[in-house]
Write a protein that binds this ligand. Structure first.
Ligand SMILES: [Cu+2]
Length: 327
């Protein structure tokens, strides 16, 4: 394994994570920069899944567990995720390398993250020291795993969907929000193996009136979200080296909440991040996927001001905002 002094991936990521705030001043926040052409009314598009549709996997979150099948079919799969807890949750999906099992993932990845978090939380380590410490602990293979697009941050009581194409294999689902006591949800029980079988799901991609392209250039939103259920098609044009990749988190905010507030809360190196209270109401989104991927998410939007943010690559200016107008 590469030492932390020569591991470019982690160095870049650590620098990037710490440079978040500095980069924010120039981040694009003007909805005017986005396309103003109204998207086709979402009401005309079929919902991305229905109860009799074999590609829908119902997942429920409570404080602190998932209710999710242990085994699902491969191919296009819609995760319909309902947060029945009193804290924010999300569904982060990682595909394991063929020679790495669930137990090894827990021991080699989840535990080191937790140990470093405890050191940060309890003041034994500074944020500057956290990423180098992780680089010493995490195996090199971790930086080659595929994150496979689960459902983004979701406020208590909310529901959202993500539709992704999954190859047969072994996966892990987790949520790493933090409890008010500073415990990571995965360590409290929100960590499960998921087997994707060779049996085809017979699912298909949902119709989507809105498109998002994620790249190092930023987050480009094409179309104007409407009140109600909005389905977004998301394309990952790249995966910046040394980062976890682009994700999309959608949250409704009041007029006083700044993009800085949101990104500060999303940066796991900050002690008050990823726990209640959140800087707004997260309504869904999609977690990172490999470069070249296309996937979908559906979120229920009521009128208001929204920010689309990326947890890991926001330092690249990967965020935008829009307003949903009442009909
Ligand atoms: Cu959680």
């Amino acid at each position: 394994m590469t030492s932390n002094s020569t591991n470019p991936s982690l160095r870049i990521f650590a620098a990037a994570a710490l440079a978040l705030a500095a980069a924010l001043a120039g981040a694009p926040t003007d909805a005017e920069a986005q396309s103003t052409a109204p998207a086709a009314a979402q009401a005309e598009a079929a919902p991305p899944g229905s109860a009799d549709n074999p590609h829908v996997v119902e997942v429920e979150a409570e404080d602190y567990a998932f209710r999710i099948p242990a085994e699902i079919n491969s191919g296009w799969t819609t995760f319909r995720f309902a947060n029945q807890g009193e804290e924010h949750h999300f569904l982060f999906i990682t595909q394991l390398p063929v020679d790495v099992g669930y137990d090894a993932f827990v021991e080699q990845i989840v535990m080191p993250f937790n140990d470093v978090w405890y050191d940060l939380r309890d003041g034994r380590m500074t944020a500057d020291e956290a990423m180098p410490a992780l680089s010493e602990e995490l195996p090199e293979w971790y930086w080659g795993v595929d994150f496979m697009g689960g459902v983004g941050f979701l406020a208590p009581g909310a529901s959202a969907e993500a539709t992704v194409y999954l190859e047969p294999g072994q996966y892990v689902v987790e949520c790493y929000m933090r409890t008010p006591d500073g415990e990571i949800h995965s360590m409290e029980g929100m960590l499960d193996p998921l087997t994707v079988t060779a049996e085809p799901s017979e699912g298909s991609p949902p119709p989507a009136a809105l498109q998002i392209v994620l790249s190092e250039e930023g987050m480009a939103l094409d179309g104007l979200p409407q009140p109600g259920l909005n389905t977004f098609e998301v394309h990952w044009a790249d995966h910046p080296e040394g980062t976890f990749g682009h994700d999309v988190q959608v949250l409704r905010v009041d007029n006083e909440t700044t993009v800085d507030d949101v990104l500060h809360w999303m940066n796991f190196l900050n002690l008050e991040a990823l726990t209640e209270p959140a800087p707004g109401s997260f309504v869904g989104g999609i977690t990172p996927m490999p470069a070249g991927s296309t996937a979908y998410f559906a979120a229920e939007l009521e009128p208001g001001r929204y920010i689309l943010a990326s947890q890991y690559t926001s330092h690249l200016g990967v965020l935008t905002e829009f307003t949903v107008e009442a009909r």
